[in-house]
Design a protein around this ligand. Structure first.
Ligand code: COA
Length: 211
């Protein structure tokens, strides 16, 4: 605890766009949160993090920066055919080769999501483990809603896996409602989850949820 007159430490600063030079930090955070799911497609971890960093689309992420400029949170989104994580089939084949590459491409296809008309798809929100529970994730979700509204979207969509009820609870508190759950028992051993729930939230002109 600080001294009585000590100013409170500033909260993280949100920034639209991944700053140049922060790709490695974003990839590390992303892998920490989603490495279990992404590992079979892009692992081992060092290779996966390098792939993510090399193909990040800077304009499709919102980051939270601490007072030293370190990235402590990121939320990626897909809009107009582009998402935060990139890399073409050719990139995957050039890293993993013509034999190991195709099955990895098939796994990536299983994980890929395409936004419908008027929709922003949030694909990947994560906060550094030491900073969780302090409101950073909520700030990122609010900013995603603002981006959706400013981009003329009427809806935000996301997917949450069955092993992550705390994240689902957070989304529900932010106005998301479950639309459907797809069972994926064939992915339980490989990627660690057995079902995916798709959640939606309507977006008003100011980015507020229509509750
Ligand atoms: C989910 C996550 C982005 C939320 O960010 P945050 O800064 O912790 O969120 P806030 O402080 O605004 O809100 C706290 C709420 O987030 C959720 N949450 C907290 N820790 C969490 C964790 N380790 N994993 C999942 N959700 C968590 C809970 O609903 C929590 O509320 P509670 O304390 O009443 O249970 C963050 O916890 C995280 O990175 N988790 C791991 C990655 C992940 O699960 N991403 C979502 C994939 S769909």
């Amino acid at each position: 605890m600080g001294a009585p007159n000590e100013p409170a430490a500033p909260g993280p600063e949100l920034r639209r766009g991944v700053p140049e030079g922060a790709e490695g930090q974003v990839a590390a955070l992303y892998w920490e949160a989603f490495g279990r799911k992404l590992g079979p497609a892009l692992g081992p971890p060092e290779t996966g993090r390098a792939f993510l960093a090399a193909h990040l689309r800077h304009d499709r992420g919102i980051v939270a920066l601490d007072s030293t400029g370190a990235v402590v949170g990121v939320a990626g989104y897909q809009l107009a055919g582009r998402g935060l994580t990139g890399g073409s089939a050719r990139d995957v084949l050039s890293v993993f080769g013509p034999w190991a590459g195709p099955p990895r491409l098939a796994l990536l296809a299983l994980l890929s999501r395409k936004p419908a008309e008027g929709e922003l798809v949030m694909d990947g929100i994560c906060v550094a483990a030491a900073q969780r529970g302090a409101g950073v994730g909520s700030l990122l979700l609010d900013e995603i809603a603002a981006v959706a509204a400013e981009s003329g979207c009427t809806r935000i969509r996301l997917d949450v896996i069955d092993t992550n009820p705390r994240a689902q609870a957070l989304y529900t508190r932010h106005g998301f409602r479950a639309l459907r759950t797809q069972r994926t028992p064939f992915l339980r051993t490989l990627m660690g989850f057995g079902a995916v729930t798709t959640m939606h939230r309507a977006v008003g002109p100011l980015g507020r949820a229509h509750l």
